[in-house]
Design a protein around this ligand. Structure first.
Ligand code: GCW
Length: 686
C-alpha cells in the first residue's frame, strides 16, 4: 500500500490496454548496449525495471547491433554513426548532458536510439523514454533533441549529522542518524534515481550551517563514508559536494587563524583539498555560507568575500573543483529602531562591488529574492548587476515560508515568474533565465540550485503532493521553457495515472495553490508575519521588533516598507531604471509587491480598485474558502486514489484549513483593530 507513495513519479504502473502493450513491445523487447559505464548500467537497470513493470516482460540484452526490435543505447561515436546512419551534423548540437531519441527501422524492425553525447545523456534519454511510455505516448515516430538549458542543476541538502534537517518537513535525513552515516544504500540509490530522472547533476549533502561534527566531513575519519555516498550518486551522473565551515583551519586544523591572505591558511586548504580528492576523485567542491547568520567568514580578518572565496577556489582549482559562495549576507543583529538599514539591500551592497574579482572556479549563489524565500518577493537585483562573475540562482524547494509541506503550495509558477523576470541589464530581453543559463554573459559556470524538500518519510516529502515541487524543480531547470501547466500535468499523470477527473482536479489544485497560499497569509508582498523560529503559522508582529531586519511598520494609519529612493531606504534604486521606475512609483508598482516597496494608508486604492484594507479582508476570507473547496474536491477523489496517499493528503488539507483559518482571523483582526475600518461586507472579524 505504501509503495505508490514511495515511488513518486517513477510508478511504472502496468499498462492495462493490451494493444498498447503490444505496440510498446514492438520497440522495447531488447536492449542493445553499445558502450559500457556505471552510468549506462544505471540506464540499463532502469529500463529493465520500468519495462518489466509496465509491459510485464524484461527486455533481453545484447551488446552488439541485433536484427530485433530494440532500444539502442549509445554514445555518439564512429560505430553508431556507421551502424545506424546517425547524422553527424544533427548531433553537433548536443552538449555534454544532451541526448537524441530517434525512432528508425533497423533491417526491417522497429527500433529507437537513445544517443548521448556522453553516458549521462543516455541515462537522461532512458528516463525520457520511460516517461513517454508512462504518459502513454506513441514512441514509433520519435525525433527528440534535448539539451538542458542550465549547465549546473543542483540540490542543496540542509541535513545535519544528528539526523535532523534544518527546515526539513519530511522526517529526518536519509544520509545521517545520531552523528553516524546511515549507509542506507537502497534509499540513497532510489533518491539518486529520482534526481537523475529529472536531470539533477550536482548535490551537496550537508547543511550550509556547518556545525561541529559536520566540520569533520572533510577529515580522514569521515571521508570514506562521503566517498561511499559519492559512489552511488556518480552512477547516476551526479557530482557530490560538501558544505564547509569557513573556519575549518581553526576548527579541525591546528591553526589559530582562518585569514584568507595568510600563507599557512592557504597551504592548509590546499593540503585538505588534495586529501579529499584521494577519496573522491571527481569531488564537486564546496558550498560556503560565510559571514552570514553567525557563521565565520573573512570579515573577521578585515578581508572581503572575494578574498574568502578565492582562497578556496585556488585550493580546488588543480582538481577541477568549484566553490559555491552564498550571497545571503546581511546584518542579523539589526536594531528595529534603525530605519536606514534595509536587509533587502544587503546582498547587492556586499557583492556588486566585487564583480569581476572572483576566480574562474568560484560561483556566487544568489537567492531568488532579496529577503528569504517569502511567498512573494521581488527578484534579487543582483541578477543582471553581476556581469563578470559566475553565478547560480538559489530556490527553496523546501516550503519553509510557504506552508512547510502541510499546506499545498506548488512553487513552479513562482519560479517561472522569477526566471522570466526582465532585469534590463542589456536592455529589453535580459531575463533572469538568460543570465543564469550563461547565455547573456559568458560565465564559465552557471545554473540553478535549490534547497531540498526530501527526508526519510515514506513518501519523501511529507505531503505527497509536495513531490510535485521536487519533480517540477528538476524539470523546470532542465527546460525553463516548459509551462507550469505542462509540468504539473506530467507530474499528476506519472504519479496518479490518467483518470481524467484526478488529472483535472489535481492539476487545478496545484496550479492555484500558490495564489491561495498568498491569499490567506501575508498580504501584498510584505512578507514575514510568521511565528519566529519555526516559521509556521501567523504572528503579525512576531518579527517586528526583532534583530532580523524583517519589519512591516504597520500602525493605525498604514502599513508597508518604504523602499523608494525618494524618501525610503533606496532599495528600488538597485534595479536598472526600467524596473526601478516601476517600483519607485506608487502608480506603477504592481499590487502584489505594493507593501514591499511602499508604506501606504489603509484606504490607498490598488489597481484592482479595492482599498488596501478591503483587499486584505477579501483575500483572507477568499483564501479560506478556497482551501475548503480544495479539501472537498480532494474528498471526491477518495475512490480513485490509493488509501495511503489519499489519507496522507487529506490529513494535510485538514491541517492547511486550520492554518488558513488562523491566518485569516489573526490578519483580519490585527488590521481591523489597527485601522478601525470595518469590512464592507460585514463578515466576522474578531
Ligand atoms: O531561510 C533561512 C533559514 C535558515 C537558513 C538560512 C540560509 C540554513 O531560516 O534556516 O539556514 O535561510 O539560507 O542560510
Amino acid at each position: 500500500v505504501w509503495k505508490s507513495a514511495y515511488n513518486c513519479w517513477l510508478q511504472y504502473s502496468d499498462i492495462k490496454d493490451h494493444s498498447r502493450v503490444q505496440e510498446y513491445k514492438k520497440v522495447c523487447s531488447n536492449l542493445v548496449i553499445l558502450d559500457q559505464s556505471a552510468i549506462i548500467d544505471s540506464a540499463k537497470e532502469e529500463l529493465e525495471k520500468g519495462l518489466f513493470s509496465m509491459l510485464g516482460e524484461t527486455p533481453t540484452i545484447s551488446y552488439e547491433p541485433q536484427k530485433k526490435a530494440s532500444i539502442v543505447l549509445a554514445t555518439y561515436d564512429q560505430r553508431t554513426i556507421k551502424e545506424y546512419g546517425v547524422d553527424y551534423e544533427d548531433c553537433n548540437i548536443l552538449n555534454d548532458d544532451g541526448y537524441m531519441i530517434q525512432s528508425f527501422d533497423y533491417q526491417g524492425d522497429k527500433a529507437v536510439l537513445l544517443l548521448g553525447k556522453t553516458d549521462k545523456g543516455i541515462l537522461y534519454a532512458a528516463f525520457h523514454l520511460l516517461r513517454l511510455i508512462q504518459m502513454s505516448k506513441d514512441i514509433n515516430n520519435l525525433t527528440i533533441f534535448e539539451n538542458p538549458k542550465n549547465q549546473i542543476r543542483m540540490i542543496n541538502h540542509w541535513d545535519n549529522m544528528l539526523g535532523d534537517i534544518e527546515r526539513g518537513y519530511s522526517g529526518n535525513s536519509i544520509f545521517y542518524d545520531q552523528n553516524e552515516f546511515t549507509h542506507d544504500v537502497d534509499r540513497i540509490k532510489d533518491y539518486a534515481r529520482y534526481l537523475s530522472s529529472v536531470g539533477i547533476n550536482s548535490l551537496s549533502i550537508n547543511n550550509v550551517n556547518v556545525h561541529q561534527v559536520e566540520s569533520k566531513l572533510i577529515t580522514k575519519e569521515l571521508l570514506p563514508h562521503v566517498a561511499e555516498i559519492a559512489d552511488i550518486f556518480r552512477s547516476y551522473g551526479i557530482n557530490t559536494y560538501l558544505s564547509v565551515n569557513y573556519a575549518s583551519p581553526i576548527e579541525i586544523g591546528d591553526l589559530n587563524t582562518a585569514d584568507p591572505l595568510d600563507s599557512e591558511v592557504q597551504a592548509w586548504w590546499s593540503e585538505k583539498v588534495a586529501e579529499i580528492y584521494e577519496y573522491i576523485p571527481d569531488f564537486g567542491g564546496f558550498i560556503v555560507k560565510a559571514d552570514s547568520e553567525h557563521r565565520p567568514g573573512p570579515f573577521t580578518y578585515g578581508r572581503n568575500h572575494a578574498d574568502g572565496a578565492n582562497l578556496l577556489g585556488r585550493a580546488l582549482e588543480p582538481f577541477g573543483g568549484i566553490v559555491f559562495w552564498r550571497c545571503f549576507v546581511y546584518d542579523c543583529l539589526q536594531d528595529w529602531r534603525d530605519r536606514k538599514t534595509d536587509r533587502a539591500k544587503a546582498a547587492y551592497d556586499h557583492f556588486k562591488q566585487l564583480d569581476g574579482e572572483f576566480l574562474d572556479n568560484v560561483i556566487l549563489q544568489i537567492k531568488n529574492g532579496p529577503m528569504d524565500f517569502q511567498v512573494r518577493e521581488p527578484v534579487s537585483p543582483l541578477f543582471g548587476s553581476l556581469k563578470q562573475t559566475n553565478q547560480v540562482l538559489e530556490f527553496q524547494v523546501a516550503q519553509e515560508y510557504t506552508g512547510q509541506q502541510k499546506d499545498l503550495c506548488f512553487l513552479v509558477p513562482q519560479w517561472k515568474e522569477v526566471l522570466d523576470f526582465d532585469t534590463y541589464s542589456e536592455g529589453k530581453g535580459s531575463t533572469v533565465k538568460s543570465i543564469v543559463n550563461g547565455s547573456k554573459y559568458p560565465f564559465q559556470y552557471s545554473g540553478i540550485t535549490a534547497v531540498s524538500n526530501i527526508g526519510n518519510d515514506l513518501n519523501w516529502t511529507g505531503n505527497t503532493l509536495a513531490q510535485a515541487n521536487f519533480y517540477g524543480y528538476g524539470r523546470l531547470i532542465w527546460d525553463t521553457e516548459l509551462s507550469a501547466e505542462e509540468i504539473s500535468d506530467e507530474w499528476v499523470r506519472l504519479t496518479f495515472g490518467h483518470d481524467e477527473q484526478v488529472v483535472e482536479e489535481v492539476n487545478q489544485m496545484l496550479l492555484n495553490s500558490w495564489q491561495i497560499y498568498e491569499n490567506y497569509t501575508s498580504p501584498l508582498g510584505v512578507g514575514w508575519m510568521i511565528n519566529p523560529g519555526h516559521h509556521y503559522g501567523p504572528n503579525i508582529e512576531g518579527y517586528e521588533y526583532s534583530k532580523w531586519g524583517t519589519y512591516h511598520f504597520s500602525d493605525c494609519l498604514g502599513t508597508g516598507v518604504n523602499r523608494t529612493v525618494k524618501n525610503g531606504t533606496g532599495y528600488s534604486g538597485q534595479y536598472y531604471p526600467e524596473n526601478a521606475e516601476i517600483y519607485e512609483s506608487l502608480e506603477t508598482c504592481p499590487d502584489e509587491l505594493l507593501l514591499f516597496f511602499h508604506h501606504v494608508s489603509y484606504t490607498h486604492r490598488l489597481k484592482s480598485g479595492e482599498t488596501v484594507i478591503q483587499h486584505i479582508y477579501n483575500t483572507h476570507f477568499l483564501g479560506v474558502e478556497q482551501v475548503e473547496n480544495m479539501k472537498a474536491r480532494w474528498e471526491q477523489l477518495k475512490d480513485k486514489i490509493d488509501t495511503y496517499r489519499y489519507e496522507n493528503v487529506l490529513d494535510r488539507f485538514t491541517m492547511q484549513l486550520e492554518n488558513a483559518i488562523e491566518w485569516r482571523d489573526r490578519i483580519n483582526t490585527y488590521f481591523y483593530r489597527h485601522s478601525g475600518i470595518p469590512d464592507e461586507k460585514k463578515r466576522t472579524i474578531y
